[in-house]
Design a protein around this ligand. Structure first.
Ligand SMILES: C[S@@+](CC[C@H](N)C(=O)[O-])C[C@H]1O[C@@H](n2cnc3c(N)ncnc32)[C@H](O)[C@@H]1O
Length: 304
């Protein structure tokens, strides 16, 4: 039975849509949010979903929202026109919904009243659920960065990393691919993985089942008080925020890495070749060395 609840998935641009009063945030990209999978069937009156771009991820979220809505409850799903918005109506019709569609401010908005009978919800929920991926051997979930393959930038860093020692961090650690390599070093005494995506955090905790590891669900830009005096940092910093290229995010990671290290500590970093990280690295570190370059990626070792 409905308790009159409302949810919001994602962080829409100001003025784009009015979120229901008191809506509970359910995006995994917002630390502290509620897991949409944990909501009881039929417990919501309203759901507002900024649909994520990946098909499996999107359908998983929409199916969970429909499952959690009471019959007669309202669902608004929307997305930028060029990031899945034009496919949203069809995605909802697959579940047996009657959809009213509107185009506004380069977005498509789909409005639904939850019908009594729905179809294919469990299939979509299963297709987007956490699982072990056979290609990588890692726990993962659709929607997580490079969820079913090793990213080429990460691979180059894996090939370049020396054996590390002491305590360190993996910033934006994802599924724990870099962490796994770091922990192979017997001289490593501790590793803190900071990651903003709850799905990656949960997978990483399973992938790095090691007493030396702590995985923190947090924004690297706000986790400074939990990282200090480190011997090393490894990272493949993001350069997208909310789907748009955002170089300042990579620069914030560089500053966070420097702040977390002791003097003489090192940061190993992978970056797309087109990203101008040399000057922020030069500002934040005493010595910066290009260690490898391949397939559009560069590896730097930066010493504080
Ligand atoms: C390029 S991926 C690298 C993932 C992993 N280290 C690897 O090499 O496969 C960047 C990661 O940073 C995470 N991320 C993005 N913004 C973040 C933030 N502000 N704080 C913490 N993590 C963030 C993303 O969710 C993603 O997992």
């Amino acid at each position: 039975m409905s308790q009159g609840g409302a949810i919001l998935y994602g962080a829409p641009a100001p003025g784009l849509i009015e979120a229901p009063a008191g809506a509970v945030q359910v995006s995994p990209l917002i630390p502290g949010s509620t897991d949409i999978a944990s909501l009881a069937d039929g417990s919501l009156e309203e759901a507002v979903i900024l649909a994520p771009p990946g098909t499996l991820e999107r359908d998983h979220v929409l199916a969970h929202a429909l499952r959690a809505l009471e019959v007669g409850g309202a669902l608004t799903a929307f997305a930028p026109q060029d990031k899945g918005g034009s496919r949203l109506k069809k995605a909802l019709e697959r579940f047996g919904c009657e959809v009213t569609e509107e185009a506004r401010r380069h977005h498509r908005f789909c409005y639904i009243t939850r019908p009594a009978a729905l179809k294919e919800l469990s299939e979509a929920i299963a297709a987007g659920a956490p699982r072990r991926v056979s290609a990588t051997g890692l726990w993962s979930q659709p929607g997580v960065f490079s969820w079913d393959r090793i990213d080429p930038g990460t691979e180059l860093l894996l090939d370049s990393l020396p054996e590390l020692a002491g305590k360190g961090a993996d910033l934006g650690g994802g599924l724990g691919v870099l962490g796994h390599k770091v922990l192979a070093g017997a001289a490593v005494t501790g590793l803190t993985v900071v990651e903003i995506d709850r799905r990656a955090v949960e997978a990483c905790r399973r992938n790095l089942d090691d007493p030396r590891v702590e995985v923190i669900w947090a924004d690297v830009r706000r986790a400074g008080d939990r990282l200090s005096g480190l011997d090393f940092v490894v990272m493949n910093p993001p350069f997208h925020d909310g789907g748009a290229e955002d170089r300042s995010l990579g620069v914030a990671f560089i500053r966070a890495a420097s702040a977390a290290l002791r003097t003489g500590g090192t940061c190993w970093l992978t970056a797309n070749r087109h990203l101008p990280y040399e000057s922020p690295l030069g500002e934040a570190f005493a010595r910066v060395t290009l260690r490898a370059e391949r397939g559009g990626y560069k590896i730097y070792e930066a010493r504080k």
